[in-house]
Design a protein around this ligand. Structure first.
Ligand code: GLU
Length: 169
């Protein structure tokens, strides 16, 4: 018999994944989160508790924002947490959560996208799908799920030239 999936808290913080293209200005801006639509398109029936914490470019995130993310992880009723986040400072937030040493009983997986979900050829659905799966399977810890790989928080960096995440060399 198939076991019911464990509930997952999905914390939304912004990043390119959730940006919209504004035709009048040619800029990428935030309006609302597109996570409900993304999950619907994927036919996901996972028991997800969505919590939109903020919609920020991660370059504008302050430590007070990271504290807010940590508090939301601590207050979440689930042991499994996925966080959508801009890729530029995703590793900083992952380390902030890890170094707090307060999330030792939870599996926390950060993910994002290099291209908005609302534009074609986005990596948003692929990355969120792997993060949700990793959150269900990985033991407690802080991780980053990007490009089909799962990295431990202290062992990953963003390769800006190639636009990928990779193990520290
Ligand atoms: N500055 C953006 C951010 O980190 C980079 C794009 C992205 O999300 O990949 O939010």
């Amino acid at each position: 018999m198939k076991a019911s999936p464990q509930p997952i808290t999905l914390l939304v913080t912004g990043g390119t994944l959730d940006k919209d293209y504004q035709a009048t200005s040619g800029e990428l801006i935030f309006s609302e989160t597109h996570l409900p639509k993304l999950l619907e398109e994927a036919n996901s029936t996972l028991p997800i508790k969505l919590n939109v914490l903020m919609l920020k470019d991660s370059l504008e995130m302050l430590d007070s924002d990271r504290q807010k993310i940590l508090d939301a992880c601590l207050e979440s009723a689930t042991d499994r947490v996925v966080i959508t986040h801009g890729t530029d400072t995703m590793t900083d937030t992952a380390l902030f959560l890890k170094n707090s040493r307060q999330l030792t009983d939870k599996t926390v997986v950060l993910t994002g996208a290099m291209r908005p979900f609302q534009l074609n050829q986005s990596d948003a659905s692929f990355n969120l799908g792997t993060a949700l799966m990793a959150a269900q399977l990985a033991s407690s810890g802080i991780y980053i799920a990007m490009n089909g790989e799962l990295f431990e928080a202290s062992q990953v960096s963003k390769n800006r030239q190639q636009g990928i995440f990779e193990l520290h060399t």
